[in-house]
Design a protein around this ligand. Structure first.
Ligand SMILES: Cc1ncc(COP(=O)(O)O)c(C=O)c1O
Length: 424
C-alpha cells in the first residue's frame, strides 16, 4: 500500500477523487495541476541531484547546532525521565513553576525583556501577537517584506493592513500621518534577502506617531547581539520596542516560538492568544533541547563569528563576479532571477553541481520576482564557498544571464527590477 501511494505521488498522477462534491472538485481542478504537473509547481521547488549534495544553502541551521550531541543528549535525557510530559494547552500548566516557565524567564532575561511566553512556532507567535494587540479595523503598518505570518495575524485580528516601503522610515511616517496610531510591524533581519531593518529610525517614527512596534527577530536571534540576544537588545532598544517575536526554527534549529514584552502585556497575551489557548503546547523534552542550544550559543560565540565571516566572504566574491547582492547584510543572500523559467534553469545549474539553494516564488515573491535564496551556516568551509561562487560564475555564461535582475550591468546598476514585496 505504502509503495503504491509513494509511486502515485512521484508520478504526480493525482486522479480526481470521485466522492468529492462539485465545489471541491472545481477547486482542485483549478489548482492541483498547477502545483504538481506544471514546471512551475512541485518541480520548481524540489531539488534533485543524482550525486548527493556538496553544499547545503537552504538551511536555517545558521550555527550548525541541529545535530549537536549536547542538544540530542539533553532531549533524550528529558524524554527518558518524563516522556512527552503533558500534551495539553499551555493554559492548563501556566501557573506552575515548570520547565516552560523557567525557560520563558531565562529567555526574557537573555533578550532583555520583562517577560516572555513560549508558543508552538514562530508562525503562531506572529499571528497571535497581532490577534491580541490589534483591534478590529485598527491600522497595522507592515514593512512590505514582513513575514507572511504577520500578515496572517492582521487577518486574524480583522485589522487593517497598511504596507509601507521596505526599510523606509519616511514612508512609514507618511502612512502613520494618514492612518493614525496603531501597530507597526517589521522583521529585524529579512528572510528573503538578508536585509536589515533600520530599527532606530523605525522606532523613532513609531514614537512620533504614537504607535506600538512588533519586531520579528526570528533570523537575528542567536546570530546577533550579546549571547545571540538579537538586534533589539544589541541596539539598546529594549525599553522602546513593545513586542518581540522569535521563531526557534532558525539558529535554535527546533520547533517553537517566543513572544516577549512587558509583564502586563504578556499576561494579557497568555489569556487571549487563540493558538496558545486552543492548541497543545511545546513538549517538555523540546524545551530541554532549547536550553542546550542557549548554553551552546553562550559558550561558543565562534559560531556566530564564523557565520558572519562566511557571509562577508560569499557576498564579496559574488559581487566580484557581477551579482547584485548588495541588499544582503547578514547570512542570507538572494539571487533574484526574475521569471520562473530563469529560476528553474539556475536551480538546475546549481543542482547539477551538488549545490542546494531554496527556490522562492509566488506567493512568497511577486510573479516575476522569483529568486534563489542562499542561507549560510557557520559550518560552511572556504571550499564550499569557493565551489558556490564558481558555480554562479559559470552560470553567467552557461545560462546567458544578461538582463536578469540579479546581474549588475557594466555601470554597476542592477540590470532589472529588484526584489519587491516578498513576504516569506
Ligand atoms: C521572519 C520569520 N518569522 C517567522 C517565521 C515562522 O517561524 P516558524 O518556522 O518557527 O513557524 C519564519 C519562518 O520562515 C520567518 O522567516
Amino acid at each position: 500500500m505504502t509503495n503504491q501511494l509513494q509511486k502515485k505521488a512521484l508520478s504526480y498522477d493525482l486522479a480526481p477523487t470521485p466522492q468529492d462534491p462539485a465545489h471541491i472538485r472545481a477547486l482542485t481542478d483549478e489548482k492541483v495541476d498547477l502545483h504538481t504537473n506544471t514546471h512551475w509547481g512541485r518541480d520548481a521547488i524540489t531539488n534533485r541531484t543524482s550525486r548527493g549534495w556538496r553544499v547545503i544553502l537552504n538551511t536555517n541551521d545558521y550555527l550548525g547546532l541541529a545535530r549537536h550531541p549536547r542538544v540530542a543528549i539533553a532531549k533524550a535525557a528529558a524524554l527518558l525521565e518524563t516522556g512527552h510530559g503533558e500534551a495539553v494547552s499551555r493554559v492548563f500548566i501556566q501557573d506552575r513553576d515548570d520547565a516552560h516557565r523557567t525557560f520563558e524567564r531565562r529567555f526574557a532575561a537573555l533578550i532583555g525583556a520583562q517577560d516572555a511566553v513560549l508558543v508552538m512556532s514562530g508562525y503562531n507567535a506572529n499571528t497571535s501577537i497581532v490577534q491580541v494587540f490589534a483591534r478590529p479595523g485598527s491600522p497595522v503598518y507592515l514593512d512590505m517584506r514582513a513575514h507572511a505570518s504577520l500578515w496572517e495575524g492582521v487577518l486574524c485580528a480583522r485589522a487593517r493592513a497598511i504596507p509601507f516601503r521596505h526599510n523606509d522610515p519616511a514612508d512609514l511616517r507618511r502612512k502613520i500621518a494618514l492612518g493614525g496610531p496603531g501597530l507597526v510591524i517589521v522583521d529585524s533581519l529579512y528572510s528573503t534577502d538578508g536585509s536589515v531593518c533600520p530599527l532606530i529610525e523605525i522606532v523613532e517614527q513609531c514614537e512620533r506617531g504614537g504607535c506600538a512596534i512588533v519586531v520579528d527577530e526570528t533570523h537575528a536571534f542567536g546570530c546577533h547581539g550579546h549571547e545571540g540576544g538579537g538586534m533589539v537588545s544589541a541596539l539598546g532598544l529594549t525599553d522602546r520596542v513593545h513586542f518581540r517575536t522569535i521563531g526557534l526554527s532558525k539558529a535554535v534549529a527546533a520547533r517553537g516560538g517566543i513572544v516577549a514584552g512587558s509583564a502586563r502585556n504578556m499576561e494579557l497575551f497568555r489569556y487571549e492568544a487563540r493558538p496558545l489557548i486552543f492548541s497543545t503546547t511545546v513538549l517538555g523534552y523540546e524545551i530541554a533541547g532549547f536550553n542546550a542550544v542557549l548554553d551552546l550559543v553562550r559558550d561558543e560565540p565562534w559560531r556566530a563569528a564564523r557565520l558572519h565571516r562566511n557571509h562577508a566572504r560569499m557576498k564579496e566574491d559574488l559581487q566580484a563576479c557581477g551579482f547584485d547582492v548588495a541588499a544582503s547584510e547578514s547570512q542570507i543572500l538572494a539571487i533574484v532571477t526574475g521569471a520562473p523559467d530563469n529560476t528553474i534553469a539556475f536551480r538546475r545549474h546549481l543542482d547539477a553541481r551538488g549545490i542546494r539553494a531554496a527556490v522562492f516564488g509566488p506567493p512568497a515573491t511577486p510573479p516575476q520576482g522569483c529568486l534563489l535564496r542562499m542561507s549560510l551556516s557557520a559550518m560552511l568551509t572556504d571550499d564550499d564557498i569557493a565551489a558556490t561562487v564558481e558555480a554562479c560564475r559559470d552560470a553567467l555564461s552557461a545560462l546567458d544571464m544578461r538582463g536578469w535582475p540579479c546581474v549588475r550591468q557594466q555601470d554597476g546598476a542592477a540590470s532589472g527590477r529588484r526584489l519587491r514585496g516578498a513576504a516569506s
